[in-house]
Design a binder for this molecule. Structure first.
Ligand code: NAD
Length: 545
């Protein structure tokens, strides 16, 4: 074994490429998109390092071009989940005892593969499979996932360095053991980086994982798995299964060696999973770690001193990038009446220039929503706002699913601050604005704080330092990520550790030391260099005469 205390390479955020006309990356991505569109793939599950085919094929298509076939994946059932659990448990002992620097090497290599030879492929898969434009794919699939791997390695070493004091004659130390059993990574459709990080983070800390991606993100999950394998993640350490949510949860959570879940997705699913774990608690060898980042009803609150142009742009970018399908997307805004006419005008002017269409055309800012059920749900809320007396659709609202699931960027004005679209997560390109009377600013802050069950992200816009402090204090529990004069989206690994409280999750801050700590079980070891040879202490000796 190599002997020494090693420094890992300094983690820096992966530079975001511009994809500007004439750039090499633009040409490469275009060519990769063309190539990937021109052939149909067949994706097997990967269990114990083997390709597993169920024969039950499910079709994959771009959300923006539903007639086009990207390929098929093999849909599994409970038997495949059990196979994946067995493969993970079989790989556990070897992986858990591998020296940490070799685990680090695997994920550092994964970062370099991703940032280099796989960059265009993973970006293209995300663009085609999840309808993301080139820039949104780049910041997610390429940069954020590479950041998760590199900063994960750095944070792991910071954890290993957390050691107790040792008094004279003894030596104390902490050993950060992987959990006993296997971890279930249950991942959402909207961020390729999250899909990759949820299995990778526990594996980095020495755990073995069963990974179930969202059925609408299987296409990019297949590429992530290719990267894991090429980087040298050993067979059985991360097992990829394509099964329905309930089948996966039922099979995993019945198993005595289920040791934890790393989840990102909707609040309802997370609560149902937590309930199932509670019901089965007597079955498990240890208490499963439950880590879940869930929904949001993210806000922008402005006062009359706000920089109006910056506020309106934050509303457009914050609410409509990736069609509002970011957990952090601004979906409710509170604007004072004194500046609303100007904000409304800028909003209207900017939104009129937004180009909607397939991401393969790089000039499109705006693409399709993920699937038909999301489309129908959003169209329903928009229709309802058209007829409700408490709301008006003031921009956008057009929905068309003839070619793909296209919904225009939509702004609803609500006349009741508790109108349904001010309260519920819609997860799409719909921003609801409530215009408040300037003199009711404080009361409106209270309303904001009490309107929704979520507390994920929020932004305030003001140039008044007293107000900035006041808003920051009053909204202390309204968001896990809080932005001052900035949009509430776009958290960067290593810079703004991400996660929310209240109904939005356990707030373990993905990519940070706080998250990685959840995937280890600490053993504290004490060695005594001079153990006592008598059971009594000096005070038991009789007084001297
Ligand atoms: P989702 O909850 O529908 O799905 C997440 C995963 O759970 C998928 O793999 C899905 O197949 C599975 N699943 C679905 N129903 C299940 C069930 N009954 N039992 C067990 N598993 C089940 O979420 P989504 O639509 O993929 O993603 C969007 C949601 O994720 C939004 O609510 C968004 O706010 C949230 N999100 C949160 C964060 C965050 O960091 N807080 C980040 C991204 C997304």
């Amino acid at each position: 074994m190599i002997k020494g205390f090693f420094n890992v390479p300094v983690a820096v955020n992966e530079p975001v490429l511009s994809y500007a006309p004439g750039s090499a990356e633009r040409a490469e991505l275009r060519e990769t998109l063309r190539e990937m569109r021109s052939r149909e793939v067949e994706l097997p599950m990967i269990i114990g390092g083997k390709e597993v085919r169920s024969g039950k094929l499910e079709r994959m298509h771009p959300p923006h071009d539903i007639k086009h076939t990207l390929g098929y994946y093999h849909q599994g059932d409970a038997s495949h989940v059990r196979m994946a659990i067995d493969a993970a448990l079989a790989a556990r002992s070897k992986w858990a005892s591998l020296s940490w620097e070799h685990r680090a090497s695997v994920f550092l290599k994964a970062a370099d593969l991703l940032a280099g030879p796989y960059r265009a492929k993973l970006n293209a898969a995300t663009m085609l499979g999840q309808s993301k434009n080139a820039y949104q794919a780049e910041i997610d699939a390429a940069c954020e996932l590479a950041d998760f791997f590199r900063f994960g390695v750095r944070e792991m070493t910071r954890i290993y360095a957390m050691q107790p004091e040792s008094a004279r004659g003894i030596w104390n130390y902490n050993e950060f053991r992987p959990l006993e059993g296997f971890i279930y990574a249950l991942t959402p459709f909207n961020f390729t980086s999250i899909a990759g990080n949820l299995p990778a983070a526990p594996a980095l800390m020495g755990n073995v994982v069963v990974w179930k991606p969202s059925k609408t993100a299987v296409y990019s999950a297949g590429v992530i798995m290719e990267i894991f394998r090429e980087a040298g993640v050993p067979d059985g350490v991360i097992n990829l299964v394509f099964v329905s949510g309930p089948v996966g949860a039922q099979t995993v959570m019945d198993h005595p060696e289920f040791a934890g879940i790393h989840f990102t997705g909707s609040t309802g699913v997370f609560q149902s999973v937590w309930k199932k774990i509670g019901e089965n608690i007597y079955k498990y060898k240890s208490y499963p770690r439950i880590v879940g980042e869930t929904g949001g009803k993210d806000f922008i609150f402005a006062d009359a001193t706000a920089d109006k142009q910056a506020l309106a742009i934050a509303m457009v970018r914050g609410a409509f990038e990736y069609q509002g399908q970011k957990c952090s997307a601004a979906s409710r805004a509170y604007v004072p009446a004194s500046i609303w006419p100007e904000i409304r005008e800028i909003l209207g002017r900017e939104l009129a220039t937004v180009k909607m269409g397939p991401p393969e055309d790089f000039t499109n800012f705006f693409n399709a929503v993920i699937d038909e059920s999301s489309f129908d749900k959003l169209a329903g809320f928009i229709d309802r706002a058209r007829t409700d007396k408490d709301a008006d659709v003031i921009f956008g609202g057009h929905c068309d699913k003839s070619v793909g699931y296209f919904i225009e960027p939509t702004v609803i004005q609500a006349y009741d601050p508790k109108y349904i679209t001010m309260e519920e997560e819609l997860f799409g390109p719909v921003l609801t604005v409530y215009v408040y009377n300037d003199e009711e600013m404080d009361a409106t802050l209270d309303i904001l704080d009490q309107t929704s069950m979520y507390a994920l992200t929020g932004a305030i816009f003001s140039q008044d330092r007293y107000n900035i402090e006041k808003f920051t204090r009053k909204l202390e529990n309204a968001a896990g990520n809080f932005y001052i004069n900035d949009k509430p989206t776009g958290a960067v690994v290593g810079q703004q550790p991400f996660g929310g409280a209240r109904g939005s999750g356990t707030n373990d801050k993905a990519g940070s030391v706080f998250n990685l700590l959840r995937w280890v079980n600490i053993r504290t070891i004490k060695e005594n260099f001079n153990p006592p040879h008598r059971y009594t202490y000096p005070n038991f000796a009789p007084d001297k005469e």
